[in-house]
Structure formats: structure tokens, C-alpha cells
Design a protein around this ligand. Structure first.
Ligand code: IVH
Length: 666
């Protein structure tokens, strides 16, 4: 066979196999026998081996996966992967509907979908081919799991038809259908391997496996629900999914348009009754404003779209006996009581431990050892105790006394008036606090140093580290001789410690673990004060000038920097070369708009307001909320508010259309 003939054959076989894969895995309507399918596959495999020049990573032969281990690399998301606001009550849904109508007017239609309970993935298609699959990660960056995703038979590697965007992203949920989950667990038990607790854990465990040929053996599926950012292609959410279905994506048939809130409620009630008949697990439904124009009008908050909400089904409850209460000490010294329970089945998992939050919660519920308690699994992963069955209480069960001393270091606990938690004040001498701070410091959203909890534990026990700065002076000749370490892992640790010196200032600030300074607050502080010296010099009122920083955070920041031990730690970290200064953001694309401030108003055709804001910042400009004499430009869409227009004209501020703005950038 000549190479030209082989090429034709290879392409033909691929096309046939893609087609049959689709019929089998998406349509659930096989149009060929398994035998015949395998025969074509093996012919294709032979041809590909003989003519490697025609290799294509999207060939159906690659669905069997590869045996190579892979380290996951992370990449930025094209659009941040936000979460959904959620509610358990119809009253709150009514409020959501009112908020929506206020912005969009009364002519609103909702698209009701299932809330699939699996692992979110964002797939990129370039010229109709799957080119990238990322997990949610931290919402701004995700892990590249493309090779594993390719093994999922129902995911199209090559799209059907032609009328799809040249480059676009589609979001879906990787799930493990009930049948497949049961079968997989049976097989695992036969092999003496531990069973997975529930399909979601199994799916997320599988998608992060290093060996994609093992992934290929698991019956994963992927259901799609959202195409971000391609507003010009569709008018409505339901149309976008209909089109995606035509391109070969699996869109389950349970979605429904609702023309009123009553119809939304009917949908919810129907699904709450029938959810156990579905072939996969859901944890609620998602209600989306159908019109994409209205979605753009509504926009996003920092974390969630304003045009969608999820209604979660009520958590399942179980009753079991409280055996004992343990106390955990966190990195801030906060004491968390944890209940040990007689094992009980709850929503597909066996529950042995549950959270009790704090002393107030224990006394409020009046939980006593040996009581029969209600355990509930809500949105959070750890189940919690929500009540006691008083009629079953043994009169001998005495009220529970909260501990007075730290279970780890014996220090007398403290409790502030307005706080629920007890704290161990021995910040510098209490082992779990020290370890907890180091673990927080190295965590992915902080310094992203690649070391497991057990590794930190070991380094700490061996006396090699007693604070975060010790990580930068580790003696690797000693490390390599430790129990868990080898050449490779020592080198990995060394490299990742070194790489952490490039982590930008906001993350370093977050890594310090100042109480109440989470990721968002750290970003705000970094942006406002530009470097650590300025921040350390700031007094309470200067700190409170910053958006969203109140008294509580300001006082915590000041207390942290006043502590001499923290001062000396920071001094050491500085000498190790960590970034304590804001350099220009990695997302800067150009300085075209440097020094220019913009006010955005109205509704736009091509980009959402959020996207326009991001573009302004990425090109060095500034977004401001209201018009003043200092405003350089108004970026105006349709329906710009008349008072804004008047003010802009009065001040003589140039008004740009969307297109004019875009041409400024290019
Ligand atoms: S839409 C910008 N639709 O729920 C809005 N999400 O809590 C994007 N999920 O990360 C989300 N089913 O993993 C949407 N029909 C559905 C969904 C769904 C499940 C998950 C998804 C997302 C999470 C948000």
C-alpha cells in the first residue's frame, strides 16, 4: 500500500469509528457489532503503526490510553470557572426570580437543568478537534487532564458538522453512572482493593490518575452544560446546548424550558421525586436565565453568575450513636471538636466522624456522649451533627464539658467574647499549629511547594524544619537519607522550593497565614500597598481604606506584624528572595491603556461587561465605577443610563462604542 492509499484508509477508518463511538456512547444506539468495531480498530492500529507519519492524538486508537505516567501541568482557564449560588428553599428561588426580573423585565424564560454530581471539566476545541481538557483547579488555573479525558468514549475527539466556532470552550461534568460504579466496586472488592465511597469520589479519583490506560478501563461519562463566552453564536442557553448536541456532545434529555416560576417549581418537584430513577447521581437542579442577552445584562459577581442558581435537594439524614469527641488543633490554634460515631450509611457513604464546629454548637444542641444524634450531609464534604433524639436519651448521660487545655501541648485555652472558637495561644510551641502553618504556606494557592502532608510531618519530626523559612535552608544531603525520600523526590522538593521564590506577592502574603487574610483579601492588600514594607507601616485607618477591609481584618494584620517572631520570620523570608513586592500582573497583555480610566455602561454585543473590564485591566487601564472629571473614557453599550450620558457630555468625556474600544487595543 502506498502512503497516499494508507492515508485515505486511515482517515476513512477513523471517521467510521468516530461515528460508531458516537452512536454507541452518546446515542446509546449501537449500529455495529462489538466484534466488527474491534476489527476495524485493530486494522487502523496496524496501519498507524506502519505509517506513523499519519499519527493523530485524536485517533480513536488513542482511546485505549497510554501507560506513561504523567505529571499534571496546570494552565490558566480562558474564562474563570466560577461556582453557582445555591439555595435549598423556594423562597430564595423566588427572591432570585425577583432580582432577575428587576434587571431583565418580566419577559424572562428559564432553562432548567440537572445538577450533575461529578467533576467539572473545561474542554477546548480548536478547528473541531479536542485540544485541551482542564479540571476546575482553583478556578483560574486547572490541571491538564487531556490524556485521561480522551479515553472517555462519549467525549467527541472530532466534532460533527461544520457550524461550530473555530476555537471554543465547553464545560461538562465527568460522572460515573450508577451501573458502572457498582460494577467497578464489585471488581475492586474481588481484587481486594478498597471500594469507592460514592460515584463522585470515584470519578474525581479516576480523572486524576496518572496512568490513562487505567482511566480507559473505568466506565466514565461526560455530560455537558455550558459554553462560555461565545455569545455571538447563540441567542439562548437551550439553543447552545441543542447545537452542542448536534456537534456530538452528550446533553442529557432532562432539561426543560420554564416560562414562569411555577413551572420551575414543577420541574424541581418532579426531579426530587424521580431522581433515584436517573442513571446517574444529581445533587439538585440548576436554573438558568435562558436568554444570553439577559445573561449579559445580569453579569457576574466575583464568584458566581447572577443569571443562574442551583437548587440543592435537602441533605439526607441518618441517626446514630455519638461515641466520643476528639479535639483537633488547626494552624491558627482554633480548636475544632470532632465527633466519633457508630458507623452509619448516609447518602452512599459510611459516616464515622462528624463535625461539631465549636463549644457553642455543642451546648446549643446539648449533645452528650452516648446520645443518639442526627447526622446530615449538606453541601460540605464533612457531615455534621444537627440534633439529638431526646426521647432516646439515657438519663445517665451527663452534659458535655468542653476541654480547658490544649490536647496537643497542654496550654490553657483562650476564648474571645465575640468569637465562637477556643484557641490555643501557644502559637510558636504547639506542634499542630506549626505544622499547619507550614502546610498552609506550601499549599497550592499559596507557595505551591510540592510536598505531601506526611513529608512535612517527617521533616518536622526529624527536626529539619520548625518554621516556613527553614524550607529555604534545608540540608538536602540529610533529606535524601530520610525514610520516604530518594534522589528523585529530594530533587523535586528542592526544585519546587526554588521555584516558589518566583511566586507573586499576593500569594506570598496569603501564604503567611495571617488570620482572616484569605486569597481575596491578600490580593486587595497587595494591590493597595504594593509591597510588604508599605503594608507593615500601615495603621488601622489606612488598612480600612481598602475596599472590603474592616476593623477585624485590619486589627489582625496589625497584630501579626507587631509580633517580633513574625517580624524575624519575614526578615528571613526576604533574605531567601521571596517576592514581597507587586510586579506587574502576569496577565498584562500591553500598556496601551496605561493611565487611562474607564467607566463601562450599558449592554454590549460581543463581550460581556466582565470581559470588557478584564480587557481594560489586561491592557493597563483602570475601571472606575462612576463618572468624574478624572474619567478618560466612557465605554458605552446599548441602553446606557441617561443620567450617565448627560454627565459625560457635560464633562466632555469621549464616549466609545464597543468596536471603537476594540480597535484601540489592536
Ligand atoms: S453551570 C458559570 N450547569 O456545578 C456557570 N454547572 O456549583 C457554570 N454543575 O462547577 C456552571 N451541573 O461542576 C452548571 N447543569 C449544570 C451543572 C453545573 C453540575 C456543577 C459544575 C460547576 C458547579 C457549580
Amino acid at each position: 500500500m502506498t502512503p497516499e492509499q494508507a492515508k485515505v484508509k486511515i482517515e476513512e477508518f477513523r471517521k467510521v469509528l468516530h461515528r460508531h463511538n458516537y452512536n454507541y456512547y452518546v446515542q446509546s444506539e449501537p449500529t455495529i457489532s462489538d466484534f466488527e468495531f474491534d476489527r476495524i480498530l485493530s486494522e487502523l492500529q496496524h496501519l498507524e503503526e506502519e505509517f506513523p507519519e499519519y499519527n493523530d492524538e485524536n485517533s480513536p486508537t488513542n482511546r485505549v490510553g497510554s501507560d506513561l505516567s504523567l505529571e499534571f501541568e496546570s494552565f490558566p482557564h480562558r474564562y474563570p470557572m466560577l461556582s453557582l449560588g445555591n439555595t435549598y428553599s423556594k423562597e430564595e428561588l423566588t427572591e432570585f426570580d425577583q432580582r432577575v426580573r428587576k434587571v431583565t423585565g418580566d419577559d424572562v424564560t428559564y432553562f432548567c437543568e440537572l445538577k450533575y454530581d461529578g467533576v467539572a471539566v473545561a474542554l477546548t476545541y480548536t478547528s473541531g478537534k479536542l485540544t485541551m481538557a482542564l479540571t476546575r483547579g482553583d478556578g483560574t488555573r486547572g490541571d491538564d487532564v487531556t490524556r485521561n479525558i480522551r479515553t472517555i468514549r462519549s467525549i467527541p475527539l472530532q466534532l460533527q458538522g461544520t457550524r461550530y466556532p473555530g476555537l471554543f470552550e465547553i464545560r461538562g461534568e465527568v460522572i460515573l453512572p450508577g451501573e458502572g460504579f457498582k460494577k467497578m466496586n464489585r471488581e475492586r472488592e474481588e481484587k481486594g482493593e478498597p471500594a469507592f465511597a460514592n460515584p463522585r469520589n470515584a470519578a474525581s479519583g479516576t480523572i486524576k490518575m496518572q496512568n490513562s490506560s487505567l482511566v480507559a478501563q473505568r466506565p466514565l461519562d461526560c455530560l455537558f452544560y455550558y459554553i462560555p463566552g461565545e455569545q455571538q453564536f447563540f441567542d439562548t442557553q437551550h439553543e447552545s446546548l441543542e447545537r452542542a448536541r448536534l456537534w456530538g456532545f452528550k446533553i442529557p434529555p432532562y432539561n426543560k424550558l420554564a416560562h414562569s416560576l411555577e413551572e420551575v417549581f414543577e420541574y424541581i418537584d418532579h426531579l426530587e421525586r424521580t431522581r433515584s430513577d436517573l442513571p446517574f447521581e444529581i445533587d439538585g437542579v440548576v436554573i438558568k436565565v435562558d436568554s444570553i442577552r439577559m445573561q449579559q445584562q445580569l453579569g457576574f459577581t466575583a464568584k458566581t453568575p447572577r443569571w443562574a442558581i442551583s437548587y440543592k435537594f435537602k441533605a439526607e439524614q441518618a441517626v446514630t450513636r455519638l461515641v466520643s469527641i476528639d479535639f483537633q488543633v488547626g494552624r491558627t490554634g482554633a480548636i475544632t471538636p470532632v465527633a466519633n460515631l457508630e458507623p452509619v450509611q448516609l447518602a452512599g457513604t459510611t459516616v464515622k466522624r462528624a463535625s461539631l464546629h465549636n463549644a457553642d454548637q455543642i451546648s446549643k444542641l446539648d449533645v452528650r456522649i452516648r446520645d443518639m444524634v442526627y447526622v446530615e450531609k449538606g453541601g460540605e464534604i464533612i457531615p455534621k451533627i444537627v440534633g439529638v433524639t431526646l426521647e432516646q436519651r439515657d438519663p445517665n448521660n451527663s452534659p458535655f464539658q468542653f476541654i480547658t487545655h490544649c490536647p496537643e501541648c497542654g496550654t490553657l485555652l483562650e476564648k474571645e467574647e465575640d468569637e465562637a472558637a477556643h484557641y490555643c495561644p501557644n502559637t510558636t510551641g504547639c506542634p499542630p499549629q506549626i505544622k499547619g502553618r507550614i502546610e498552609h504556606f506550601i499549599s497550592r494557592k499559596a507557595m505551591d511547594i510540592n510536598a505531601a502532608e506526611a513529608t512535612i510531618d517527617l521533616l518536622f519530626r526529624e527536626g529539619l524544619i520548625s518554621n516556613t523559612s527553614d524550607l529555604y535552608t534545608l540540608d538536602y544531603d540529610q533529606v535524601v537519607n530520610l525514610e520516604r525520600f530518594g534522589e528523585k523526590s529530594t530533587q523535586n522538593l528542592q526544585e519546587s522550593v526554588k521555584a516558589s521564590k518566583q511566586v507573586p506577592f499576593p500569594r506570598v502574603l496569603y501564604a503567611l497565614g495571617i488570620r482572616y487574610v484569605g486569597e481575596t483579601v491578600a490580593k486587595k492588600l497587595a494591590k493597595a500597598f504594593l509591597n510588604l514594607d508599605n503594608l507593615m507601616a500601615a495603621d488601622e485607618s489606612a488598612l480600612e481604606q481598602v475596599d472590603e477591609i474592616g476593623e477585624r481584618i485590619a486589627q489582625s494584620v496589625i497584630a501579626y506584624f507587631e509580633n517580633p517572631l513574625n517580624q524575624s520570620l519575614i526578615h528571613q523570608l526576604k533574605t531567601h528572595g521571596l517576592q514581597f513586592e507587586l510586579t506587574s500582573s502576569p496577565f498584562t497583555l500591553s500598556n496601551t491603556l496605561k493611565g487611562k480610566s474607564f467607566v463601562i455602561s450599558g449592554v454590549f454585543e460581543k463581550y460581556s461587561r466582565e470581559e470588557l473590564k478584564a480587557l481594560i485591566e489586561q491592557h493597563g487601564g483602570k475601571n472606575v465605577a462612576s463618572i468624574s472629571s478624572k474619567t478618560d473614557f466612557i465605554l458605552a453599550g446599548e441602553n446606557m443610563g441617561p443620567s450617565k450620558l448627560e454627565k459625560a457630555q457635560k464633562l466632555g468625556i469621549p464616549i466609545l462604542t464597543e468596536n471603537e474600544f476594540i480597535s484601540m487595543l489592536t
